[in-house]
Design a protein around this ligand. Structure first.
Ligand code: CR1
Length: 839
C-alpha cells in the first residue's frame, strides 16, 4: 500500500500524446523530445547512437502502457505464471522487433525519413545483448516472443552478464576473441528495479540449533552474501497488448562490506570483496554444448536461481497467495540443468526459511519444476565435484543427499535387489571423484522431462535417461523446438513477406500453418518467377555486403550454400570442407569440367578453449585462400567465412540461403533450430537424419529435402562392430585425395604440421564418422548441383519448403507446453486509457 491513509485512489496518469501517439507527426515530436531531454543533444551535435537512443526511448514509451497494464492485470488476478529459468537469453536487437510487434514499423520509417534519417542505419546501430551461446539461448528468446504473443503470463529469469558472448575477429585465418562491451553505449530497453533486490548466501557451514520453541532446525551460516539487482526488459507480443517481463539479475556487493571497510580500516580488502561479488554476473561462459566445471559458473547458477525464487515468493506475498500454493501460482521451466540447483534451493527456502516439513516442501517442489534436456553429448551433462559443491552450497548438498536417500529407497521398492541400478541412478556419482549429477537431480525433482525433437526424446528414453524412463515413464514427453516467425521472417525478410502478403495475406504471422496456402501457387510460372527475382535481390544485397566487408567478389548467380552455427566437431563443418576440396580437386584434374557454381558461406564461433573447432575455422579460411585465388577455378567456387555471427547478422544471412547444411552425425544434434530458420526462408536442406531434420523432412516431403549419411542405428551398429575410418580413406580415391591435400600442406603454405591434429583425428578414431558419411554426402551434393540447374524444380522445392514449415513456429511449441503440462490459459490484457489524446 503506497498511500495507507488515503481514501482517494491515485489520480489517473495523464501524459501528453507525445508519449503514446502513433501518428507520424507525433512520432517525430516524441523523437525530438527524447533527443533533447534524455540524450541531452541537439541534432547538429547528435551522434548516430544518440539518434538510435532517442528512437529507442520513443518506442519504449509506447510499450510501457502495455507493460504496466499487463503487470497490473496479472497482479490483480494472481494469474498462474510460467517462470522460464535460463542461464542464457540470446535476444538479438530489440528495436526492430518492437516496431514489428507494435505494428508501427512503417510509420516510424516514414517519420525518420521526414527527419532526414535512415531507419535501417539506426537499426544497425543497436548493440545486441549477446547473452547466450547458440541454440539454447536463442530458443529461450523465441519462447519469450511466443509466450507474449499467445498472451501467456510469464517471466523470463536469467543473468545480466556485463560481457556477453565474445566478438569474433579473424586474424590470419584464426579466430580471435574480443570482449563484448554491449552495455557501453547504454541499454535503453531495461529498467533497474533496485527496490526488489535480494540477497544470496554462499559458502560457510551449517549448524543444528534449537529455535525459540525448542525445535531443532538447520541454520546455514554463510561466509559470503551477494546482492542481486533485477533489471527488467519488456517483451511485447505480436499485435497483442501483452508485454511480459524478462528479469535479469546483476550481482553487487552488499552494503555491509562498505560499513565493514569503514569500521576496520581495511578499505582495499572491502573493495576487493566488492569486485569478487560483482564478478558473479561479469561474463557469460562461452561454451556451447559443453559443461564448464568452474566455481564461478556454479556461483552464477545459484545466484540467479536463488534471486528468482525469492522474487517469486515476493510476488506471491504481494498477491496474498500463501506459499503452500507455490505450485499453483508458478510452473518453473528449467532450460537445461543450468538452473537445476533451483530444486534444492526451493526446498531450503520452504523448509529453513518458511518452516515447512520435508514432505510438504517436497510435495510442492515436485509439482513446480519441469525440465528440458537439450543434449545427449556426455561432455555437456553437468556434474559438480562434491568438494566444490559442498564448499559453496553446504546446505544444498545436505538437501541433495536427503533427496537422494529417499529417491534410492523408491528405486529399491520398484526394482528390488538391483544394486547396479542404484549405483547407476544415484544423484551422486561415486565411480571415482564424487560428483553431483545435475540431470538426474532435475529428473527426480521435476514432474515433466522433455526432449527438444522427436528423435532426441526417443534417444533420451532409450539411452541417456533410460533408467529414469523406466522409473518414471509418465514424466517423459517430447516438445519439438520452434522459432519465431516475427523475428525470422517479418523482421528479417521483408521481401519474402511482401510476396507472401500479395498471395496469402498475413495470417501466417500468427498461424504459421497458413503458409500451406502457398502450395496453390507452386505451379504458377509467374509466381515462381517473382520468387526467383526476390531471392536474387536478397542475394545481391549479401554480395554487396561481402564485397564491402571482405573484398571478395561473389557471383550472384552461384548457389548460396550456407553453414552457420556454432563450431563443433559433431556439427561437422569439416565434412563440408571435404566437399569443397573434392570439387576443387575435380577442377584441378579437369579445368573444363562442368560444375554448378557455388558460394560456400560459413559463420559461427568456436569456444575459446576448443582447439579442434578453432582449427576447423583456420582450415576453412586456408582452403578459401587457395580456392578463391586459383585462376583454374574461374570463380566457379568461392569460400567465405563471415566473421562474428550473431542474431543480428543471422537475420541478414538466412534470407539469402539456397542450400542449408545440417550435417551433424546422426544422434548428436538434439534438435537444431537454424535448420528451421533456413527452410522457413526458402533454403533447401542437405542433412542427416538427426534432431529436427527428421521432422523437417517429414513435413516438406523427401522430394524436397536432400538426405544423406548414416542413421542413428547405423552409427551405433558401426561403432559396436568396430569402426575403421582408415578403410574408407583407402577405398575412396576422392576422399583419399582430399585428405592427402590437407595433410601434405597444400592449404598451409607447405606446412604438413598445421592440420595434422585434424587429419590424425579423422584417420584415427574419427569419433563423428566423417569418413563413413563422406561418400553419401558427396553423392548427395552432386544431386544438389543437378537439381540447382533445373531452375523450375529448384524454385518449386524452395516454395514448398516455406509452405510446409508451419509446424516449426515457436507458437506451436509453446502451445504444446501450455496444454500438455504447464496448464496455463491465456490472459487478455485490456488497454486502460490513462491517456487523453491531445492530437
Ligand atoms: C542443442 O545442441 C538445440 C538447442 C535448443 C542445444 C541444439 O540441437 O537446438 O540446444 N543444446 O534446444 C545445448 O546447448 C547444452 O545443450
Amino acid at each position: 500500500q503506497i498511500l495507507p491513509n488515503s481514501s482517494e485512489p491515485l489520480k489517473e496518469v495523464r501524459v501528453e500524446d507525445d508519449r503514446t501517439g502513433l501518428s507520424i507527426e507525433t512520432l517525430k515530436r516524441a523523437f525530438a523530445d527524447n533527443l533533447f531531454y534524455i540524450q541531452g543533444k541537439f541534432p547538429e551535435i547528435a551522434s548516430r547512437n544518440d539518434f538510435y537512443m532517442a528512437l529507442a526511448y520513443t518506442v519504449r514509451d509506447r510499450l510501457l502502457r502495455r507493460w504496466l497494464n499487463t503487470a497490473e492485470t496479472y497482479t490483480r488476478n494472481a494469474s498462474r505464471t510460467v517462470a522460464y529459468m535460463s542461464a542464457e537469453f540470446l535476444m538479438g536487437p530489440q528495436l526492430g522487433n518492437n516496431l514489428i510487434n507494435l505494428g508501427i514499423y512503417d510509420q516510424v520509417n516514414q517519420a525518420m525519413k521526414e527527419l532526414g534519417l535512415d531507419l535501417e542505419e539506426l537499426l544497425e546501430e543497436e548493440e545486441e545483448p549477446g547473452l547466450g551461446n547458440g541454440g539454447l539461448g536463442r530458443l529461450a528468446a523465441c519462447y519469450l516472443d511466443s509466450l507474449a504473443t499467445l498472451e501467456i503470463p510469464s517471466l523470463g529469469y536469467g543473468i545480466r552478464y556485463e560481457f556477453g558472448i565474445f566478438e569474433q575477429d579473424i586474424k590470419d585465418g584464426w579466430q580471435v576473441e574480443i570482449t563484448d562491451k554491449w552495455l557501453s553505449a547504454g541499454n535503453p530497453w531495461e529498467l533497474p528495479r533496485p527496490e526488489w533486490s535480494v540477497e544470496v548466501k554462499l559458502g560457510g557451514h551449517t549448524e543444528m540449533r534449537a529455535d525459540e520453541h525448542g525445535h531443532f532446525k538447520v541454520y546455514w551460516l554463510p561466509d559470503k552474501i551477494v546482492k542481486g539487482i533485477p533489471y527488467d526488459t519488456p517483451i511485447l507480443g505480436y499485435k497483442t497488448n501483452t508485454a511480459n517481463t524478462l528479469r535479469l539479475w546483476k550481482a553487487e556487493a552488499v552494503e555491509s562490506f562498505d560499513f565493514y571497510a569503514f569500521d576496520s580500516g581495511d578499505y582495499l580488502g572491502a573493495v576487493h570483496q566488492k569486485t569478487v561479488s560483482e564478478n558473479i554476473s561479469k561474463v557469460l561462459y562461452p561454451n556451447d554444448n559443453s559443461a564448464q566445471g568452474k566455481e564461478l559458473r556454479l556461483a552464477q547458477q545459484i545466484f540467479f536461481v536463488s534471486c528468482s525464487l525469492k522474487d517469486m515468493t515476493r510476488i506471491m506475498a504481494g498477491q496474498n497467495v500463501p506459499l503452500e500454493q507455490f505450485a499453483d501460482k508458478f510452473v518453473i521451466q528449467l532450460n537445461d540443468t543450468h538452473p537445476s540447483v533451483a530444486i534444492p534451493e526451493l526446498m531450503r527456502l520452504l523448509i529453513d526459511e518458511h518452516n515447512m516439513t520435508w514432505d510438504q516442501a517436497w510435495g510442492i517442489t515436485k509439482k513446480t519444476f519441469a525440465y528440458t534436456n537439450h543434449t545427449l553429448l556426455p561432455e555437456a551433462l553437468e556434474r559438480w565435484p562434491i568438494s566444490l559443491f559442498g564448499r559453496m552450497l553446504p546446505r544444498h548438498l545436505e538437501i541433495i543427499y536427503e533427496i537422494n536417500n529417499r529417491f534410492l529407497d523408491e528405486v529399491r521398492m520398484k526394482f528390488p535387489d538391483d544394486v547396479d541400478r542404484l549405483r547407476r541412478m544415484s544423484l551422486i556419482d561415486e565411480s571415482g571423484e564424487r560428483y553431483v549429477r545435475m540431470a538426474f537431480l532435475a529428473c527426480v525433482g521435476s514432474y515433466s522431462i522433455n526432449g527438444v525433437a522427436a528423435l532426441h526424446t526417443e534417444l533420451l528414453q532409450k539411452d541417456v535417461l533410460h533408467d529414469f524412463y523406466e522409473m518414471y515413464p509418465e514424466k517423459f514427453n517430447n516438445k519439438t523446438n520452434g522459432i519465431t516467425p516475427r523475428r525470422f521472417m517479418v523482421l528479417s525478410n521483408p521481401r519474402l513477406c511482401k510476396l507472401l502478403h500479395s498471395k496469402i495475406g498475413d495470417e501466417w504471422v500468427k498461424n504459421l500453418y497458413e503458409l500451406r496456402k502457398l502450395e496453390g501457387f507452386v505451379d504458377d510460372p509467374e509466381f515462381r518467377h517473382q520468387w526467383r527475382q526476390m531471392k536474387q535481390e536478397i542475394k545481391q544485397d549479401v554480395v554487396d555486403y561481402i564485397k564491402s566487408t571482405t573484398g571478395i567478389n561473389v557471383n550472384v548467380n552461384s548457389m548460396f550454400d550456407i553453414q552457420a552455427k556454432r563450431f563443433h566437431e559433431y556439427k561437422r563443418q569439416h565434412l563440408n570442407v571435404l566437399h569443397i576440396i573434392t570439387l576443387y580437386n575435380r577442377i584441378k584434374a579437369n579445368p573444363n569440367i562442368e560444375i554448378t557454381p557455388r558460394t560456400f558461406l560459413f559463420g559461427g564461433k568456436a569456444a575459446p578453449g576448443y582447439y579442434m573447432a578453432k582449427l576447423i575455422i583456420k582450415l576453412i579460411n586456408s582452403v578459401g585462400d587457395i580456392v578463391n585465388r586459383d585462376p583454374d577455378v574461374r570463380d566457379r567456387l568461392k569460400v567465405v567465412f563471415l566473421k562474428d555471427f550473431s542474431v543480428k547478422f543471422a537475420q541478414k544471412i538466412y534470407p539469402a540461403a539456397e542450400l542449408s547444411e545440417q550435417i551433424s552425425t546422426a544422434g548428436k544434434e538434439a534438435s537444431g533450430t537454424g535448420n528451421m530458420k533456413f527452410a522457413l526462408n526458402g533454403a533447401i536442406t542437405i542433412g542427416t537424419l538427426d534432431g529436427a531434420n527428421v521432422e523437417i523432412l517429414e513435413e516438406v516431403g523427401a522430394e524436397n529435402f536432400f538426405l544423406c549419411g548414416l542413421t542413428t542405428e547405423e552409427v551405433y551398429a558401426l561403432k559396436a562392430k568396430g569402426y575403421k575410418p582408415w578403410e574408407y580413406y583407402k577405398k575412396d580415391p576422392e576422399l583419399k585425395l582430399a585428405i592427402d591435400r590437407i595433410a601434405s600442406g597444400f592449404f598451409s603454405h607447405g606446412d604438413p604440421n598445421l592440420f595434422k591434429p585434424l587429419v590424425d583425428h579423422l584417420l584415427g578414431n574419427d569419433q563423428y564418422m566423417l569418413m563413413a558419411d563422406y561418400r553419401s554426402y558427396i553423392d548427395t551434393q552432386d544431386e544438389v548441383s543437378q537439381a540447382y540447374r533445373d531452375i523450375d524444380r529448384w524454385t518449386r522445392m524452395s516454395i514448398l519448403n516455406v509452405a510446409r514449415m508451419g509446424k516449426f513456429s515457436s507458437d506451436r511449441s509453446i502451445r504444446d507446453y501450455c496444454e500438455d503440462f504447464w496448464k496455463i490459459q491465456p490472459v487478455k490484457i485490456d488497454l486502460k486509457q490513462y491517456v487523453e489524446a491531445t492530437a
